[in-house]
Design a protein around this ligand. Structure first.
Ligand code: SF4
Length: 406
């Protein structure tokens, strides 16, 4: 594909809500979209090869997209007309229905067989760039399974770099995630350069275990190409090697992560430390908080996070799961100590009934919309409107602890 111009001054209206994801799952993103269970589509007799394209529903969007030199498909009647080829493919009713859900400027991918899916949803508050499913840690409470983490996803770094060219320049938020994003190697810096140049006003959250950034040349290179509005989210599972590495099941990971956080802070990055509270570390959340206070007092924020019981977390539920209210109780002193030191604290993934009333302002609606569940009891809760709910994958563990506010 040829060189494309940066999108500028495009008027796309979007609303912003809280942005937080722990791990994006490639599988989730492909299979769930705007409340539709399966968004994959097929274009029968498709013959134009694999490619990314933007979708247009009307003439105005079509002209805008063609003016940018982007591969475009115009949904016109029951057909999809591709540009610049000007070839039209009729859609079956089922596929027409699926593609009709897409909005102008959504970015889609289609492979040689005509199978496709959405890559960027224009009106969504946040979109993920999933660079790889692989990870160099093996955290016991990871909501992705080992088998998924061992698979290389079909799409590579070049593909993600190309995708950036299709994303409108007024996109509000991107989450660059994995697996562990740095496992794609140093092409990751090309990706950051693309984001920096093409999406200068987009808020970006990089979710990484931070280990690669313990390597000073990597931290230096990230500094050179980091998008202006980048937050780096790094999980800390323990207060020393024993407690952290026991959860990551990876020797040396604590030292590397700590070095990574220090390297980032030294270079002026906005770092968000993430603590996932499980049975494995609940007893020492306040010691992790002390470590942050003493070693990383200039972090941008600390997020105390409730469990998502999928993947490895579900497999090791006996060792991992504690109810959200118990997790909060264990975390309380650490939270207070962090706040007393002027460190911004947020609570992610905790239903409000698991948290003391006077901490509710810290709770954020952090669960992605299609994963949010409430129980029948929640219908009687006067705080339901403000509650972020419970992960779909966790409700079977958490439902008995739900206590409506009356
Ligand atoms: S009862 Fe339901 S709605 Fe109310 S705080 Fe708990 S989970 Fe949220």
């Amino acid at each position: 594909m040829g060189k494309l111009k940066i999108w500028q001054n495009t008027g796309f209206n979007r609303k912003i809500n809280t942005i937080c994801r722990f791990y994006f799952s490639w599988h989730d993103y492909v299979l769930f979209y705007r409340g539709v269970t399966v968004l994959q589509f097929n274009i029968k007799n498709y013959s134009l090869g694999s490619k990314l394209f933007s979708i247009a529903h009307n003439q105005d969007a079509l002209e805008k997209l063609r003016g940018k030199g982007l591969n475009t498909a115009h949904l016109f009647g029951p057909s999809l007309m591709f540009y610049p080829e000007k070839e039209s493919f009729p859609l079956t009713c089922k596929n027409l229905e699926k593609l009709s859900i897409c909005e102008n400027y959504d970015v889609l991918y289609v492979n040689e067989q005509g199978d496709g899916w959405v890559q960027f949803a224009n009106e969504k508050d946040d979109n993920p760039l999933i660079l790889t499913q692989r990870c160099n840690s093996n955290c016991l409470m990871c909501p992705t399974s080992v088998s998924v983490r061992k698979k290389e996803n079909a799409l590579c770094i070049d593909y993600n770099i190309e995708l950036i060219k299709y994303i409108p320049s007024d996109a509000k938020h991107l989450t660059i995630t994995g697996g562990e994003p740095f496992l794609v190697g140093d092409r990751i810096f090309d990706l950051f350069n693309e984001i920096k140049n093409r999406l200068p006003d987009t808020d970006c959250l990089l979710l990484t275990n931070g280990r690669a950034l313990g390597y000073i040349p990597y931290a230096d290179r990230l500094l050179l190409c980091a998008p202006k509005r980048l937050i780096v989210g790094v999980p800390l599972h323990g207060y020393n090697s024993d407690t952290h590495n026991r959860i990551t099941q990876t020797a040396g990971s604590f030292d590397q992560t700590v070095s990574g956080i220090k390297n980032l802070l030294f270079r002026g990055f906005n770092v968000e430390i993430r603590i996932v509270v499980s049975k494995l570390n609940c007893q020492f959340i306040s010691r992790i908080a002390d470590l942050i206070i003493n070693e990383f007092p200039h972090v941008g924020s600390v997020k105390i996070m409730g469990l998502e019981m999928l993947g490895s977390a579900a497999k090791y539920a006996e060792d991992i799961w504690i109810p959200y209210d118990v997790a909060f109780e264990y975390s309380k002193i650490g939270i207070i100590n962090l706040i007393n030191r002027g460190i911004d604290v947020g609570l992610y993934n905790f239903p409000l009934c698991a948290v003391d009333n006077n901490f509710h302002l810290l709770c954020q609606k952090s669960i992605t919309d299609y994963k949010i569940r409430f129980t029948e009891k929640c219908d009687d809760c006067k705080k339901k409107q403000n509650c972020g709910g419970i992960f779909a994958g966790t409700i079977r563990f958490a439902k008995n602890n739900v206590m409506p506010w009356r």
